[in-house]
Design a protein around this ligand. Structure first.
Ligand SMILES: Cc1cc2nc3c(=O)[nH]c(=O)nc-3n(C[C@H](O)[C@H](O)[C@H](O)COP(=O)(O)O)c2cc1C
Length: 199
């Protein structure tokens, strides 16, 4: 595997939950342990609590309010620079959290022709309903969603005190998802460089 700096993939890992006391960082830290061991990826951790975008959008053709431009400047270029994304999401009422949808909606071209992997957690469903809904949303934004996912059912029992996954199957699932993400990220980055994606 060619892992020179030029070929390394920029992967934006997005924490989908912004809730006070959220569990998301535990799941994300575990995922970052996997990405850190790879030679083909550099990760940019995007924590939506740091850029709380408003839910009121400007009129079409109008610029966002001044404070909003600052928030966008702190997150949008990082999404634009990413070759691939991993979204870490819980399940809220059989879907994904509203702040995540808001951050998705504030952007458009940043998602185009790029792959997105998912790590989810929740109760009995392990957040899979959130992931399946995200696939529909991200298809509208010209993104490619990765087939394999990682999901933590009844997530509270699934990590030890050190933040390690208690079931090694979760580690295998992460490797599988990241391998597929890397394949698509390389393929789509190459394709975009030859022929810019036009919608
Ligand atoms: C508003 C809300 C709705 C929820 N709905 C679901 C649900 O539909 N299915 C589920 O498995 N868990 C649900 N949960 C439980 C979450 O999976 C659990 O609280 C988890 O910790 C949320 O992730 P977070 O701590 O990172 O915010 C819900 C939690 C909240 C706050």
């Amino acid at each position: 595997m060619d892992a020179s700096n030029d070929s390394r993939l920029k992967v934006a890992v997005i924490i989908g939950s912004t809730r006070d006391g959220r569990f998301g960082p535990t799941v994300t830290s575990w995922l970052l342990g996997h990405t850190a061991r790879r030679e083909d990826m550099d990760v940019d951790l995007v924590d939506l609590t740091e850029t709380p975008l408003p839910t009121v959008f400007p009129a079409f053709g109008q610029p966002p309010a001044e404070g909003t431009e600052e928030l966008l400047a702190a997150v949008s270029p990082r999404l634009a620079a990413a070759d691939a994304f991993v979204i870490v999401t819980p399940e809220y009422n059989h879907s994904f959290p509203a702040p995540l949808k808001n951050a998705i909606d504030w952007h458009n071209q940043q998602w185009h022709a790029k792959p997105i992997g998912f790590v989810s957690y929740g109760g009995l469903s392990g957040g899979l309903r959130a992931v399946e809904q995200l696939r529909v949303v991200m298809a509208e934004l010209h993104a490619v969603t990765i087939r394999n996912t990682v999901s933590f059912h009844n997530y509270g029992d699934k990590f030890d005190a050190d933040g390690k996954a208690v079931d090694p199957a979760a580690d295998a699932a992460a490797e599988s998802m990241l391998n597929q993400l890397a394949w698509w990220a390389h393929a789509l980055r190459d394709a975009r460089s030859i022929r810019p994606y036009a919608v």
